[in-house]
Unconditional design. Structure first.
Ligand SMILES: [Fe+2]
Length: 186
């Protein structure tokens, strides 16, 4: 299945990513009106390069209402995660939009409160900023030569580089944090 998409749309998205349109379209067949993609894989590849969904690339529009997207308190997609068979975190997504696929913002309820239950994740390729909103958190992270820990109180924040295995456990009842995961174009 082949696709033709508007050169103007690609240029608009590329410029919003601080990319040159020529850079964005390097290797793709295009003229000043149309970008021709021979296969769905090409559509996906270009969408990945531009950090948008394939549908945004095709439709040329996002899901904003006059430039904003509201997500009410209990509207965001919510997911509970277990580790070692015990409830560990509940994630609730804050406003998500096709206009900012590089950003994933979460409210996280931290259920784990026992040192023995701590399980680090494998790390992820997004950058992460965490802000403690309720309670107190002990963060463990793997330095590559051992696991370190730091305690964070309400109002404290921490930045985590990509690829670092980490875990949050509550040291004051059930705690809560906000986690902003984001990937910027290289
Ligand atoms: Fe994380």
């Amino acid at each position: 299945m082949s696709f033709e998409i508007s050169f103007h749309n690609v240029r608009r998205i590329a410029e919003s990513r601080k990319m040159l349109v020529a850079e964005a379209l390097d290797g793709f067949d295009s003229d000043s009106d149309v970008v021709r993609l021979a296969h769905a894989e090409d559509l996906r590849a270009l969408a990945t390069r531009l950090l948008v969904s394939p549908s945004e690339l095709l439709l040329g529009q996002d899901d904003l209402d006059d430039g904003i997207k509201v997500c009410r308190r209990e509207q965001g997609f919510s997911r509970a995660q277990q580790r070692k068979g015990k409830l560990y975190y509940t994630y609730q997504h804050l406003a998500t939009t096709s206009a900012a696929p590089e950003l994933m913002a979460l409210r996280v309820t931290v259920h784990c409160n026992d040192e023995e239950d701590v399980v680090l994740n494998a790390g992820h390729d997004s950058k992460e900023l965490v802000y403690v909103t309720v309670g107190g958190i002990r963060m463990h992270w793997d330095t590559g030569s051992g696991v370190r820990e730091v305690d964070l109180g309400q109002g404290d924040s921490v930045y985590l580089a990509p690829g670092i295995p980490h875990s949050f456990r509550s040291i004051e009842g059930e705690s809560e944090l906000l986690a902003f995961n984001y990937r910027l174009p290289a």
